[in-house]
Design a protein around this ligand. Structure first.
Ligand code: PMP
Ligand code: GLU
Length: 404
């Protein structure tokens, strides 16, 4: 049989490592194994009750038809209102595009804004999907290394070194997946000065999906407000309901940006997915507008706060597992490099994560696909019992290894 033709574009794309580890953990569970899962980048809660109610009522009410490609007017207006409160400026309906998850919003943006050879500046460690999405648009990823000692935040000089006349987009993700690090107003102001001086042609892609999940004294700072008036007007804010409202499976994300970009991304969407799922838009509208939702979200945040402490306390007991307390999101990014390398049992973090999953039945995502070998990403979006038992298993496993 002739082999089916696969495009070079598809060939270049790596499967999402986060989804791959979660998928493998699911398979082992289906085989009856007691996997403790630290890999999932999604809350384990049910969505707020008003969301579920709104969907059930809409489903019972009658036919579910195609929705307008850029999103229902009611949802776009509710998003504009939400974002006005977050960013301190007003948005028109035609500055908002609703898509099938923030991942889809991001993919639409890379495809709408990048020509082949354009450069996308990405702080590293980065969420696994950014470089592949840039690659799909034939853009080139330029990484800005950050370190734990710098709080996993870009220094202005490091950003400056990555900028060139071909820079089209600069990605910000605060708080970050995988490190949990967030940028404060002063950090953003310093980065804004660099962008104003060195990248007058570039737009900032701010992935704000974790902006509501913040801890201790960290408060989310809006890049639109904090990068300075001129650079602030070049920010595209990507957001969604997946994380804050525990609605990952509903697949609703959105972005706010210049109306020309919204129109371009909407054209792509009209020829690929059409509008986002009609019922899910009903759900997202309830999440953003129903007055009963904030109290339920506050309870979820309280649980995340407790779990974060639990993980940090557990990790402090494990030799060779070093991590910074995250400002936000629900991940701890752990340096396990003492347990990898030539002299260690496992050559790298990928091997180590595989051993932990297959032999010790604890799932964590290796750091390499995030651009940070020698690390593991642990999600604490899971129940307390799993966290406690999982940390004890990881501790026993790592203590059993000769160090590298
Ligand atoms: N950005 C980041 C940093 C993420 O971690 C995720 C999680 N998948 C997304 C975007 C996309 O979220 P979703 O497509 O579920 O809205
Ligand atoms: N963003 C989540 C994660 O990083 C969900 C999986 C994905 O879309 O990558 O685990």
């Amino acid at each position: 049989m002739t082999q089916a033709p696969i495009s070079t574009r598809a060939d270049r794309i790596k499967p999402s490592a986060t989804l791959a580890v979660s998928g493998r953990a699911g398979e082992l569970r289906a085989e009856g194994k007691q996997v403790l899962n630290f890999s999932a980048g999604e809350p384990d809660f049910s969505p707020p009750s008003a969301v579920t109610r709104a969907v059930a009522e809409a489903a019972a009410a009658g036919p579910i038809h195609y929705a307008p490609v850029p999103g229902t007017p009611a949802l776009r207006d509710a998003i504009a209102k939400t974002l006005c409160a977050v960013h301190g400026r007003s948005f028109e309906r035609n500055e908002i595009l609703v898509s099938c998850g923030a991942k889809h919003s991001l993919a639409n943006l890379f495809l709408s804004m990048c020509d082949p050879g354009d450069e996308v500046v990405i702080p590293s460690p980065y969420w696994v999907s950014y470089p592949d999405m840039a690659g799909l648009a034939e853009a080139v990823s330029v990484f800005v290394p950050t370190t734990r000692a710098e709080g996993w935040r870009m220094r202005p000089e490091a950003l400056e070194a990555a900028i060139s006349p071909r820079t089209r987009l600069i990605v910000l993700n605060s708080p970050s997946n995988p490190t949990g690090a967030g940028y404060r107003e002063a950090d953003l102001a310093a980065l804004g000065e660099v962008i104003a001086a060195k990248a007058p042609q570039a737009y900032v892609l701010s992935d704000d999906i974790y902006r509501d999940l913040v801890y201790d004294d960290f408060t989310y700072a809006s890049p639109i407000a904090a990068l300075g008036p001129e650079v602030g007007s070049r920010v595209i804010a990507v957001d969604g309901v997946s994380k804050t409202f525990a609605m990952t499976g509903y697949r609703i994300g959105y972005f706010a940006g210049p109306k020309e970009v919204v129109a371009a991304a909407s054209r792509i969407q009209s020829q690929t997915t059409s509008g986002a799922t009609t019922l899910s838009m009903v759900a997202a509208l309830a999440a953003l507008t129903d007055p009963s939702v904030p109290a339920e979200v506050a309870a979820m945040k309280q649980a995340f706060t407790r779990r974060r402490s639990l993980v940090l306390e557990g990790l402090a007991e494990i030799p060779g597992a070093e991590a910074l307390p995250p400002d936000g999101a629900f991940y701890v990014f752990v340096d396990v490099s003492r347990h990898t390398g030539e002299k260690a049992r496992h050559a790298d973090d990928i091997e180590l994560a595989k051993w932990l999953l297959e032999e010790k039945l604890v799932a964590a995502v290796p750091g390499t696909p995030f651009g940070a070998p020698g690390h593991l990403r642990m999600s604490y979006a899971t129940d307390d019992a799993t966290l406690t038992e999982g940390l004890s298993r990881i501790g026993d496993a790592l203590r059993s290894l000769p160090t590298g």
